[in-house]
Design a protein around this ligand. Structure first.
Ligand code: PDD
Length: 274
């Protein structure tokens, strides 16, 4: 297991960061999760654009081109399988713990590659629970500080559910680690991009595929009441792809199994990612 840390390739066990790293002390960093299907980086340019937005969102200067990032990842990839890259950039080591930014800033750059394990719920469907969106107001930044997300996901797991669907002022935003889609009257709906959601790359792909496959869709607010009456609910992410929710808060969604719009979208998505 070779990982990348600050310009070096090391065995995972030898990759070490100071306890004074601001990533450790403050969660002061951003990250990306990039699928790599049989050695091909999926929607790589989009991931780099989002990374750069996250970096500028936390005022961390570190700009590399997609080609430079690709060169960093390449030695860790194995084209005989599906993998994902986890990339994390923190505001680095500082000689003492202080909230203000250090001077100079030397970012810590870490990347590792893991196998994508097919998620069984993608085929069978999963249960989800609605929870109050307790996160901050900069959810468009892919920050490593994920405490609220973790508490929400664990609350869902404790209730035997795969995901928490988050509710803010009576409207749904996204999942604890996924974007949200619903089908209402045969139309696919997902919340518009804003500071309240992470702009998911999977989400972008699904909207493009809806367009090219003549599936009616729209980006719009989704009230909790609309969610409860939707005929289909999906949660989407790079690592799990499109996951149908078949039970919400203990009640059946639609007919209680993955719906026809999901079946169609999953089929075109699987074909697209090859
Ligand atoms: N999470 N919203 C949140 C809060 C997320 O954490 C994620 C992904 C998404 C979906 O984004 P994308 O389609 O680009 O993966 C939406 C990753 C997978 C993670 O934290 O591991």
């Amino acid at each position: 297991d070779t990982v990348y840390l600050n310009g070096e390739y090391l065995p995972l066990a030898d990759a070490k960061v100071s306890v004074l790293d601001r990533g450790f002390l403050f969660g002061d960093g951003v990250y990306e999760v990039i699928p790599v299907y049989a050695g091909r980086l999926f929607r790589f340019e989009d991931h780099v654009v989002r990374l750069n937005n996250s970096l500028s969102g936390i005022r961390l200067d570190l700009i590399k081109s997609a080609a430079e990032w690709q060169a960093i990842f390449q030695p860790m990839l194995d084209s005989s399988k599906d993998q994902y890259i986890y990339l994390q950039i923190t505001r680095g080591y500082a000689p003492k713990r202080d909230h203000g930014f250090p001077e100079p800033i030397v970012p810590t750059v870490f990347a590792m590659c893991s196998d994508i394990k097919p998620f069984a719920g993608r085929v069978s469907g999963v249960k989800a629970v609605t929870l109050d969106d307790t996160r901050w107001q900069m959810c468009h930044i892919k920050a490593t500080a994920l405490l609220a997300h973790l508490l929400l996901r664990q609350e869902a797991l404790d209730q035997d559910c795969a995901e928490a669907i988050l509710v803010k002022n009576g409207y749904v935003t996204e999942g604890a680690a996924s974007n949200l889609f619903v089908v209402i009257d045969d139309e696919l709906i997902t919340p518009s991009k804003s500071n309240e959601i992470l702009p998911g790359i999977t989400r972008d792909v699904i909207l493009e595929l809806a367009k090219t496959n003549q599936i009616p869709y729209r980006e719009d607010v989704i009230a909790l009441e609309a969610l409860e009456n939707a005929s289909e609910i999906w949660v989407t992410s790079s690592t799990r792809e499109i996951v149908p929710v078949i039970e919400l808060d203990g009640k059946m969604v639609g007919i209680g199994k993955p719906g026809p719009v999901y079946q169609k979208m999953d089929q075109v998505f699987q074909a697209y990612k090859q």
